[in-house]
Design a protein around this ligand. Structure first.
Ligand SMILES: CSCC[C@H](NC=O)C(=O)O
Ligand SMILES: [Zn+2]
Ligand SMILES: [Zn+2]
Length: 424
């Protein structure tokens, strides 16, 4: 009986079943399907009455842009962004298959992407659909973007889009992008995020017999650095453990690979000390961190040339905008969007937690770097943070509440007339 009612439930066309359909389209790396989700979204957009455009900066990696024109085309527009891709999932380690979007009797929807970030991609559309059916008409133009490749750093997605003339022509005044779930009653909101530096350090030395003790081998030099980096990591982690800083307020540095040794047919040659060794690290820097100080530490302590070491950055995100300011969206009197957003959330009975800097990284950084204010927000309260984890889920009632929150947020932001000219 139960399975029957579940099947019936899934045949209906509701916001929840549309969410499930979107989740089931496999957009996991390394081979995300970008055509299927875009055709799904285009169907929705047509039904709702939004205009659409796809732009392809990199072949096979399209961006979908949906638009609801405002009544005053002179005012800067607003953008709601989400990404099409999600990270892979180890199916056999999940309690429900990650690509089936199973909804339990209790209303939990298990799926890769349920939190990160297909929820918001559908909620934006559902909210607009409801606003349209209530006869609302926006003053400012509303855009919704669906971008590829966020999970790989956005280099073939938002980075190219943000640098384009198409983006400039949108004349954006304010942008909303993904946030993160909140285990408590309050919604979380992000005004900035840490910047990624992907660092590779390399040591070279003369090879030698595995039985010989000698100075300056590649391995010895690399291991010295590994120890120093671990010590630095500990100083940062200690601040967090002592309650002196939040996780996102310190500099994190985590080893992600080690590469050394001379390969043989059954593993590695065991009696040879190798002539080259390298290690990869994922660093994340708070926007207020000093990038010059960090690079000095890397050059002088972690990869000093006097120990035959070199370093390169695979990724080195900017910490400052073109005017030299830390890349953060103001959340004070200087940013009226912040107050409109906050009021709109509170009007639905929602409460906001103290605004935060995000631990990880999203596409927002490319937009903030251009001086456009961005808030990161995914309306998921009373929900454990399961981004990139096994058993990612979202409760149906939380998803539905999020639609209501976006109705309020979208209508408020798109009705904002702007700061009136100052009277002298
Ligand atoms: C090099 S930026 C990578 C972006 C990625 N975003 C989500 O997890 C992250 O690792 O934070
Ligand atoms: Zn995401
Ligand atoms: Zn992610």
């Amino acid at each position: 009986l139960q399975s029957n009612s579940q099947e019936q439930q899934e045949e209906e066309d509701t916001p929840i079943t549309r969410f499930q359909k979107y989740l089931r389209i496999n957009t996991a790396h390394p081979n995300p399907n970008y055509t299927a989700p875009i055709s799904f979204l285009l169907d929705q957009a047509r039904l709702i009455g939004l205009t659409s455009r796809t732009i392809e900066f990199v072949p096979g990696k399209p961006i979908l842009l949906l638009t609801w024109l405002g009544s005053n085309l002179n005012l800067p527009s607003i953008l709601f962004n989400s990404h099409l891709d999600y990270v892979p999932a180890e199916s056999e380690k999940w309690i429900h298959p990650p690509f089936s979007a199973h909804r339990t009797i209790d209303g939990l929807i298990y799926a890769r992407g349920a939190q990160d970030d297909k929820c918001i991609g559908v909620q934006y559309l559902e909210a607009i659909k409801n606003l349209k059916s209530r006869g609302f008409s926006p003053l400012r133009t509303i855009h919704i973007s669906y971008v590829p490749e966020e999970e790989l750093g956005g280099f073939d997605g938002m980075m190219k889009f943000a640098a384009s003339s198409e983006f400039k022509d949108l004349n954006l005044g304010f942008v909303m992008d993904e946030g993160q779930a909140s285990p408590g009653d309050e919604f979380r909101v992000f005004y900035g995020e840490r910047t990624p530096w992907h660092l590779v350090i390399r040591a070279e030395g003369i090879p030698g017999h595995g039985a010989k003790l000698y100075d300056n081998s590649a391995m010895e030099n690399l291991m010295k650095s590994v120890e120093l980096i671990s010590k630095f990591r500990e100083t940062q982690f200690d601040l967090v453990k002592a309650g002196k800083a939040a996780n996102s307020e310190v500099i994190s540095v985590n080893p992600v690979y080690l590469k050394a040794g001379t390969p043989s047919t059954n593993g590695f040659v065991m009696n040879m000390q190798p002539s080259e060794a390298e290690a990869g690290y994922d660093l994340r820097l708070h926007p207020m961190a000093d990038p010059n100080l960090m690079e000095k530490r890397i050059a002088e302590e972690w990869a000093p040339s006097i120990r035959n070491m070199t370093y390169i950055f695979k990724v080195k995100g900017n910490l400052r905008d073109n005017l030299g300011r830390p890349i953060m969206t103001p959340i004070d009197d200087s940013n009226p969007w912040w107050f409109i957003f906050k009021q709109a959330v509170e009007a639905t009975g929602g409460k906001l937690a103290k605004p935060e800097v995000l631990l990880s990284t999203t596409d927002s950084r490319f937009i903030r770097a251009m001086g456009i204010p961005v808030l990161g927000f995914s309306p998921m309260s009373n929900t454990p943070v399961l981004v990139h984890d096994h058993n990612e889920f979202l409760r149906d009632t939380v998803f539905m509440k999020g639609i209501e929150v976006y109705e309020s947020v979208i209508s408020a932001l798109s009705s904002f007339e702007g700061v009136s000219a100052q009277v002298i």
